[in-house]
Design a protein around this ligand. Structure first.
Ligand code: AMP
Length: 282
């Protein structure tokens, strides 16, 4: 079957319901476009594990603060569609902002507790916007499986808890972070970086991998580990570090001693570009 591009939300629901009625397993891959190999790894998991894959491309305005990069966010639907047509995707859903948020739309989701720290503190309202658009997409694509990336680890925790708390009948799969050869996590926002900043940005993943190395060598004291990570970021002249944090992956509360089950998360600005990354320490 060839790739269909759908912009109308009710048409999407109709097409997906037809597939489900025919007994096909449906996979959903929500994205904001400007696709890269990280997104495509999610797409591959979906086409491999389900019979009918819907990729959504929507730069969701409600998850951006007024000071953030909504207007500059890279958009190239034609390129994205060309990429996806080589990956066995069945539907690309690329709605307008108006069709997703018609005048008068005023309902939103209060995100779960795990939305509070880290990104939640630094980006007030972000996870409210994320939870709301993801629930809308779940309603428009009543999929069997939805695929998300560990790259946005806190987002996966927010969505997992929303699925549990609201009894949403969808299975969620979290896919590993795809990185450049030098460790930088792929991100649509990497396109903002100058060649010099691109070099500087590797310090973010390096700081996390350094924590992991120290843990493998026997260091478990969180404050020592964080000090070492912050030093790497300082050495790279990373100006604004929003956080480097060692937390329990379930609750996202900070730990004082790391265990097999600790995750390290970082957010920092390279120039005016805010990047995030994370790494399990086991
Ligand atoms: P975005 O377009 O940034 O909203 O991302 C769409 C989905 O792709 C999210 O579930 C992300 O976590 C995932 N994703 C983004 N970057 C990567 C990456 N480098 N590796 C794996 N998944 C990713």
């Amino acid at each position: 079957m060839s790739l269909a591009i759908i912009t109308d939300p009710s048409k999407l629901l109709e097409v997906v319901n037809q597939q489900k009625a025919a007994g096909r397993q449906v996979g959903l891959v929500p994205t904001m476009g400007a696709l890269h190999a990280g997104h495509l790894s999610l797409v591959q998991q979906s086409t491999l594990g389900t019979d009918f894959t819907v990729v959504t491309i929507f730069v969701n305005p409600t998850q951006f603060a007024p000071t953030e990069d909504l207007d500059q966010y890279p958009r190239d639907l034609q390129r994205d569609v060309e990429l996806l047509s080589g990956y066995g995707v069945d539907v690309v859903f690329a709605p307008s902002v108006n069709s997703m948020y018609p005048a008068g739309a005023s309902t939103s989701i209060v995100p779960p507790e795990v939305a509070r720290p880290l990104e939640g503190e630094l980006r007030p309202g972000h996870f409210e916007g994320v939870a709301t658009i993801v629930l809308k997409l779940f309603n428009l694509v009543p999929a069997d499986v939805a695929f998300f990336g560990q790259k946005d680890f806190q987002q996966t925790r927010v969505i997992a808890d929303m699925i549990r708390d609201l009894n949403i009948p969808i299975d969620m799969k979290v896919c590993p972070i795809v990185r450049e050869a030098d460790g930088l996590a792929l991100s649509s926002r990497n396109a903002y970086l100058t060649p010099e900043q691109r070099q500087q940005a590797t310090a973010i993943s390096q700081s996390l991998f350094h924590i992991k190395t120290l843990v493998a060598e026997g260091q478990t004291d969180a404050s020592e580990l964080l000090k070492a990570a912050l030093q790497i970021l300082a050495d790279a002249a990373i100006g604004q570090i929003d956080y480097v944090s060692l937390v329990d992956p379930q609750t996202l509360t900070p730990v004082t001693q790391v265990s097999d089950n600790t995750i390290a998360l970082a957010a920092a600005y390279v120039g005016s570009t805010r990047l995030i990354d994370n790494l399990f320490l086991n």
